[in-house]
Design a protein around this ligand. Sequence first.
Ligand SMILES: NC(=O)c1ccc[n+]([C@@H]2O[C@H](COP(=O)([O-])OP(=O)(O)OC[C@H]3O[C@@H](n4cnc5c(N)ncnc54)[C@H](O)[C@@H]3O)[C@@H](O)[C@H]2O)c1
Length: 461
Amino acid sequence: MKKFVILFTACLLSLTCSSQQQKQSSVIKTPVPERPAGQTDVLDLRTAPLPTVRVAFIGLGMRGPGAVQRMTYIPGVEIVALCDVEQKNTEKVNEMLEKRGFPKAQEFYGDTAIWRKVTALPNVDLIYIATDWKHHAVMGVQAMKDGKHVAIEVPSAMNMDEIWDLINTSEQTRKHCMQLENCVYDFFELTTLNMVQQGLLGDVIHGEGAYIHGLQPYWEEYWNDWRMDFNKEHRGDVYPTHGLGPVCQAMNIHRGDKLNYLVSMDTKAIGNPAFLKEKRGEEVKDFRNGDHTCTMISTENGKSILIEHNVTSPRPYNRMYQLTGTKGFANKYPSEGYALGSEALDPSLTANHENLTAHSFVSDEIRKALMEKYKHPIAKDIEDLAKKVGGHGGMDFIMDYRLIYCLQRGLPLDMDVYDLAEWCSLIPLTELSLDNSSAPVEIPDFTRGAWNKLNGLKFAQ
Ligand SMILES: NC(=O)c1ccc[n+]([C@@H]2O[C@H](COP(=O)([O-])OP(=O)(O)OC[C@H]3O[C@@H](n4cnc5c(N)ncnc54)[C@H](O)[C@@H]3O)[C@@H](O)[C@H]2O)c1
């Protein structure tokens, strides 16, 4: 990977195994820029309350228009500007606004640089970005420099330079930089997070997450073929945030624990090159992204995480989402379930090798009761409206609602720029591991020393 200057290609860590024997392992490290003097972290960042949040949207392809529509259901939001390369996209969204009884927003279109006029607008508080991946970070950085908070679709940054730029700009400008990771707001994830925080699963020692989604119906729809191009050019987990986000929240990453290092393995690339040959007659010999990529992460507190990526195999959609705790287990796909360890203590249990059901899932009835009892407070408040407005069943609406709720009250956002950094860092770091025979790669402490400052994840109320 040309972009990386590897500080120590082979940083030898000596681990004493016994008095006679030494074991050595090499960890690849990437540079951590020094925090400029006078600049401080943005953990728990509070900003001036904005009773009315004036929003400008950039990127109105398949994803963007739904976000504009969802915002029309949130009181105290003004939709000020709409921007896309294509005029037809801004027009269509303005038609929707009119139909919903809202004033038309100012339209910006025509070329890929027109967005600079949008981030510079004086009457905007929040820039909401849903463009292709390569435009995310550059727009986010400029928006903060222009004095705006910024919310950026997933993944918000594609390499380490972009990640550090977003962190430094957020720290310098004291503006929020939130990644629009919707999957942390799905109902099962929110409920399970609440269970974890109440101790029902004990100590969560292992988590799994994934993005397994056959994208064949979408490949031809992306603007300028940006997504296929990125997959052509990059090995590794190029879309890790849906899988990693909810697991990191359950493990309090940079709020008491931190991601230490990863190792990644992939398969050869078959599905996407075959798709290109069949649909476009295009022969790509060196397609970089393997069909299936697995990444393992180790944390400071001795926990492990498995993250997978596959956008080509004929498999049902799956974000995995499994948490293994010392007292219980949560599993989302293919059906939601919980197993609680209490049965193991039942004195009537005897050693019987035919009985493999000692730790079965709780019954449907108990699961429903548990999900009601542990429903997350933020879901309780807006569940009905979220389900009505929709967006992946409601989670997209909860995400937008929470973003606006916190901005209106000047509260810290649920996800900060360090979450963005940790979750996006898998993109460059898995590529680095794969290009070095699955070598371990350090995941930097993006807080630069403050990962233990906050005590657990709290959604501000
Ligand atoms: N969170 C989720 O569940 C979810 C779901 C789908 C997509 N996404 C993310 O949303 C983003 C957009 O995906 P999509 O499916 O809508 O892609 P898309 O190709 O349909 O839309 C991208 C839009 O961005 C516009 N654009 C590109 N460069 C621009 C520029 N310089 N200035 C203004 N507009 C520009 C294009 O004209 C296009 O309309 C991606 O980051 C994707 O990963 C997230």
